[in-house]
Design a protein around this ligand. Sequence first.
Ligand code: NAD
Length: 261
Amino acid sequence: MSLKTRNAIVTGSTSGIGLAIARAFAAEGANVTINGFGDAAAIEKERAGIEADFSVRCRYSAADMSKAAEIDAMVKEAEAAFGSVDILVNNAGIQFVSPIENFPPEKWDQIIAINLSSAFHAMRAAVPGMKARKWGRIISTASAHSLVASPFKSAYVAAKHGIAGLTKTVALEVATDGVTVNCISPGYVWTPLVEKQIPDTMKARNMTKEQVINEVLLDAQPTKQFVTVEQVAALAVFLCSDAASQMTGSNISMDGGWTAA
Ligand code: NAD
């Protein structure tokens, strides 16, 4: 129970990687604010399930990560409810796949807002409390696409490269305050985000579903296996531990060897 006295926010945690991170933090004793979209009854089931399974407090914030004021309010409400925000995970993210000449400008704006600017707004709101308490952990879910590119993902790749730069910058600013700032860069993790981009990739590349899985997705990953959400969550827990207190400004790959190639 390494996080027993900690209070965490995990954005985009009604699904996929974020949900696994929220549950892993709760398993270590942290109170958690979950966030994201979805069916209200399903979200309440997840929230209540976390409280029941791990004997912690879990609250839900419906804040839209494309809206600065809602992000600021999410952090302030979490501080008021639990007394602090010790751990912030910027995880909410969406994808859109299209050649640049057809890429809708509003999709570009939405991806930059949700996948990049939301991390800025959340860090900006959470850092003062972390600095005052002399302890904090900020983790962003970046991507192998924070290091390398793939065609047809201009907004996503730009946003994830931005997360890597933002991580380094804020890490330097808070380096003497007991606050670490890192990002995790997974390769392909089997979640709804990956599943949902298959039809568009089929269209963009004129491929079958099996071809997209084997020749596009797993083709990039030398291990030929998807990363699991539990593996990403275990790394997030480690980054919150004392053993990781000298890791800051890092972009840590978990990509089956993708970016080694
Ligand atoms: P997912 O679709 O399963 O989950 C995304 C979460 O973000 C959901 O909870 C969703 O409700 C939430 N969300 C979306 N828009 C939001 C908004 N405007 N406001 C608040 N919440 C919002 O996806 P995932 O695969 O678990 O992705 C999580 C993060 O991991 C993303 O940042 C993604 O880019 C990153 N990532 C995923 C993979 C992968 O292969 N799945 C690889 C590398 C990085």
